[in-house]
Ligand binder design. Sequence first.
Ligand SMILES: Cc1ncc(COP(=O)(O)O)c(C=O)c1O
Length: 493
Amino acid sequence: MTQNEFIQLLTIQLAQIQEKKLRTKIYLAIKAILPHLKLQQDFKCPSTRFLSENLGVSRDTLEKVYAQLEQEGFFLRIKGKGTFICIQQDSTKLILTPTHSLEADIDYQLPENTENLESLFFDQNLNFFADGMPEIRNFPFRKWYENEKNVLSQQGLKIFLKDNEAGDTLLREQITQLINLHRNTTISPDQVLIVNSTQQALYLCGRVLFSPKDKIILENPYYSGAYILFKSMGLDLHCVNLDAEGLKIQECENIVNPKAVFVTPANQYPSGIQMGEQRKKEIIEYAEKNNSYIIEDDYDALLLNKSKNTAILGLDPYQRTIYLGSFSKYILPSLRLSYLVVPKALVEPFKRYRNYIDGSAPSKYFQVLLANFMQKGHYFEYLRQMQHLYLQRYQYFIHYYHLYLADFCLIKDHHPSMQIACYFKKEIPISLERALVKSAEIKGIALTALSQFYEFDIEYGFVLGFSSLNHTEIGLCMAQLRELIQNELARLT
Ligand SMILES: Cc1ncc(COP(=O)(O)O)c(C=O)c1O
């Protein structure tokens, strides 16, 4: 559609809408024609000046309409470039969705006397589409310090001592409340075991639940953290393809005596597919029938949409689910705090093994600080800000993707999260992936290649993380990636 066709369509709509207030009428008319643009994602809307001249309406009125559409997330206005429509994908089709306001990013809350830190935070090479890296610049450091001061004065030196227990009591309670509320589960604190990382949780599963050569089912593409670790433990891995609902459990029927199914159902890593409830129930029945465990890695579920998406743990009546959660994506990755939720009888063996390999629970100090931070409500407030921010950044990413990357890559149906799998188009040579990773490496940039996550039916491309980048940084990185691709393509052809 051209801008003149847009104006013609708008004029027709205006004649049909029975609304007295001109501003509302124009607003409704534009919204009515937006669906016509949904397949033309790079469409640039007429400027308010051009529209004002053509419709004979004051520019001030049009500015207000555009501002409202931007507030509601339909428009993206970029200084010096123009106004673009925002398109979001849902799992079945392209839709136009007013999800959020596109105001500037939330203000950074840097600690006092650290003005110089801000420039240090963004390292274009380090952050370059870093996969799954959270934004840490918005972390409420002042509240954290305040909390630390209070905790130290109330609890004294005991928080510096080693702890061999399952974890800090308050932290286990806070985690229980959080996931019962947001993941529709009904667990109790005595099912929660605090560990250092998801990797450690997976290692404990390998030691406590499995023996070498046991068969473990994983998704294809898979989370490499689980794949590599399980492989190193001598487990017999069986990868199974996905469909739009997640792991194709019907394809597991001929796997004899599987010991566990490892899945990332809230947001399949790296494809971004969200598993449907029916499929979750089928996996639960499959596990019950085969006397297997389900390992549910719920690594970023609390950052995803607010609609209730019940965890497998919340649907499983047979207590076959080992649930893994991590604070790495939600707060500061360097805290190294994660947790397992297991049937009560398994807490003791898991705890014993954790203490064999680590000597104790993770840092009591950070556990107590985090527990108190959560209890005061700061954690959830921060999480809500991050949900909003990442959705905003997702929209920016999609916008720049269409400007810079869509010539080379495709995005498939996925759920918005912190990273997106970008698949090479058919005409792009697959050797480009390796060549690009190498040339980026020379520049000090780590690009995450997509093919490394497949055992078969391999797809090529990249997994691009956008959550640690603000609007300008996403644009900068995207332009740089396009240049890298163009240079490498020229060398390869
Ligand atoms: C699929 C998946 N699970 C879990 C995690 C969190 O791992 P950890 O708790 O070891 O930081 C990540 C982090 O990258 C991940 O991608």
